[in-house]
Design a protein. Structure first.
Length: 171
């Protein structure tokens, strides 16, 4: 359920979390793209640091988007794209919101470890997907680029929501 923006769960003075720098990974795409995905994943997770359950579930928009929802959503999306669509393994289950913020973070980290292993095992970014992507197969390169864009967009949403919650900023 969404709350109006003026019903923030907490209100505190402006706080800035320590930034983590965008990785300046050298070398080929096989190094740069996974490094960027991991950085953005961690940036999203950091937006939840120090939040209580109420704040993590708070949404300033009618769609219900919250920091908890964003973390669960990205875990779901990474699992779908890398496990189901790239590898062609397992069925897509229904999306469900985690019972708690720590559970959501642990799940996303577990999905991230599995995704990182899949990426590490794929030495050629031209390797085509084996699962259903709704058309012709797509390459690992395309999936990585697509997920980097998706994750960057949602990390930006989390930036705004977190600032609305308690005025905390930073990556």
């Amino acid at each position: 359920m969404a709350c109006a923006p003026h019903h923030r769960p907490v209100s505190v003075a402006f706080v800035s979390m320590a930034d983590i720098s965008t990785p300046r990974t050298a070398g080929p795409e096989t190094n740069v793209l996974p490094s960027t995905l991991r950085y953005l994943r961690e940036s999203l997770i950091r937006k939840a640091e120090g939040l209580d359950e109420q704040s993590a579930r708070w949404s300033p928009v009618a769609s219900g988007t919250s920091i908890l929802w964003l973390i669960d959503h990205m875990a779901f999306v990474e699992d779908i794209w890398f496990v189901n669509r790239f590898l062609g393994e397992s069925e897509i289950g229904p999306f469900a919101l985690s019972d708690s913020l720590p559970a959501a973070i642990e799940n996303y980290r577990a999905v991230g470890r599995r995704v990182d292993a899949i990426i590490d095992d794929t030495t050629d970014l031209d390797t085509p997907s084996r699962g259903d992507v709704g058309g012709d197969p797509v390459s690992m390169r395309w999936i990585l680029t697509h997920l980097i864009g998706e994750l960057a967009r949602h990390a930006g949403h989390a930036d705004i929501i977190r600032e609305m919650i308690d005025e905390t900023t930073g990556r």
